[in-house]
Ligand binder design. Structure first.
Ligand SMILES: Cc1ncc(COP(=O)(O)O)c(C=O)c1O
Length: 396
């Protein structure tokens, strides 16, 4: 048989399905209860949302919507190119200055996503000649950033400062980075940032802290865990964050000193070769930040609502907006999530590979704007569903 380019190809090669392994993987995932499904949601949901990261409940706030619309009217629907070519507006720079000022950093640089911010900063600050220690619970974007950097990588046990210290001390490379989330996304627990920064500095390394789940929630007025611990503005500490959670928009940011910002503009590939953050996202994030500054108690309200949810779920009081209810088996967690959904409660369900085998869980996220009536419904639904799921767990 003749192929499109005139080259002879054997018909047996054409009939063999090179993607048949996908069916085998899908079958195995189905058997393990690990299939993932996309659900189209309605614009107006009757259900209560405990699955999103809209911690401050701002994605439909009129001022945030107006911020996005005004930016689109002024700048159009897209950024039109890389930030270095056509994609930087005055509004991008204002957002960077405002975010930096908010967390107590010297400067900021926004990216198209939090994922891109993490890939950009880690690959720009580490290379073949460097060493990276990453916490075992670091977000997938930091894990991928390590791989892309081509640095030598060590994964330190979760929250183990002594291990980080030892690994840094034993390294042969001069340059080193330490990577961690401030608030870990699966369990919502906190990194021991003060101690980590101490050992990072003592070993001449740089600490990169992903504040995706910390901003808007921890620290005075939601300024994040780095700020809360008095570490803001340290030259050897870099903050990364997403604008898609508390800031109700989309995009990512690196907050650090001016030298690092300048280096990222020259060297971060996800900055240079990626289209700039869309104007609508910039406008929305600026409006959300302005609302948070006007009502700093929003951050406290998130933590208060998280404590309410934890109480009714029978788990310890959380230190962040994330309430993790471990149920063990992947199928049990999935069934419990479905049961919540059927009763009008949207919850997250984390299963391997997002969490270790045997620790599948419901992941409930608090929002600052949950009402008393919604909290009553949450108590009722979780009470029923968890009693069933945990009763089930006892007989297995
Ligand atoms: C800890 C953490 N870092 C980074 C990201 C990626 O951010 P983005 O969704 O803006 O790409 C997320 C999730 O979205 C996250 O939870």
């Amino acid at each position: 048989m003749t192929g499109l380019n005139g080259v002879q190809v054997s018909s047996s090669a054409v009939t063999t399905d090179p993607l048949s392994w996908l069916d085998e993987r899908a079958t195995a995932r189905t058997a393990a209860g690990l299939r993932r499904h996309l659900r189209v949601r309605e614009p107006e949901q009757a259900s209560i949302d405990l699955a999103s990261n809209d911690y401050l409940g701002l994605v439909r706030h009129p001022e945030v919507i107006e911020g996005a619309i005004a930016a689109v009217r002024r700048w159009g629907t897209g950024s039109t190119g890389s930030r270095l070519v056509t994609g930087t507006t005055a509004e991008h720079e204002l957002l960077e200055t405002e975010l930096a000022e908010f967390v107590g950093a010297e400067a900021g640089l926004v990216f198209a996503s939090g994922y891109a911010a993490n890939l950009g900063v880690v690959t720009a600050l580490a290379g073949r000649d460097s060493f990276i220690v990453s916490d075992a619970g670091s977000h997938a974007s930091l894990v991928d950033a390590c791989r892309l950097s081509r640095a030598r990588i060590a994964v330190a046990p979760h929250r183990d400062v002594a291990a980080v210290d030892r690994l840094l001390d034993e390294r042969v490379e001069e340059r080193a980075l330490v990577l961690t989330d401030s608030v870990f996304s699966a369990d919502g627990d906190l990194a021991p940032l003060a101690d980590l920064h101490r050992v990072t500095r003592a070993n001449g390394a740089v600490l990169v802290v992903d504040e995706a789940h910390g901003l808007g929630v921890r620290g005075a007025g939601g300024r994040g865990l780095v700020h809360e611990l008095g570490l803001a503005g340290q030259p050897d500490l870099v903050i990364t964050a997403t604008l898609s959670k508390a800031f109700a928009a989309q995009g990512g940011v690196v907050l650090a000193d001016n030298r690092i910002r300048a280096h990222l503009i020259d060297a971060a590939r996800t900055f240079i070769f990626d289209t700039g953050l869309a104007p609508a996202a910039v406008g929305a994030a600026r409006a959300a930040l302005s609302l948070l500054r006007r009502d700093p108690a929003m951050a406290t309200r998130v933590l208060d609502r998280a404590a309410d949810i934890a109480r009714v779920a029978g788990v310890p009081e959380p230190t962040s907006a994330v309430v993790s209810v471990v149920l063990g088996d992947a199928q049990r967690a999935y069934d419990a999530a479905q049961a919540c959904r059927a009763r009008g409660l949207e919850v997250g369900c984390f299963r391997p590979p997002s969490v270790p085998e045997g620790t599948s869980r419901l992941r409930l996220t608090a929002r600052a704007d949950l009402t008393a009536a919604e909290l009553d419904t949450i108590a009722e639904v979780l009470g029923e569903v968890l009693a069933e799921a945990r009763g089930d767990a006892l007989v297995v």
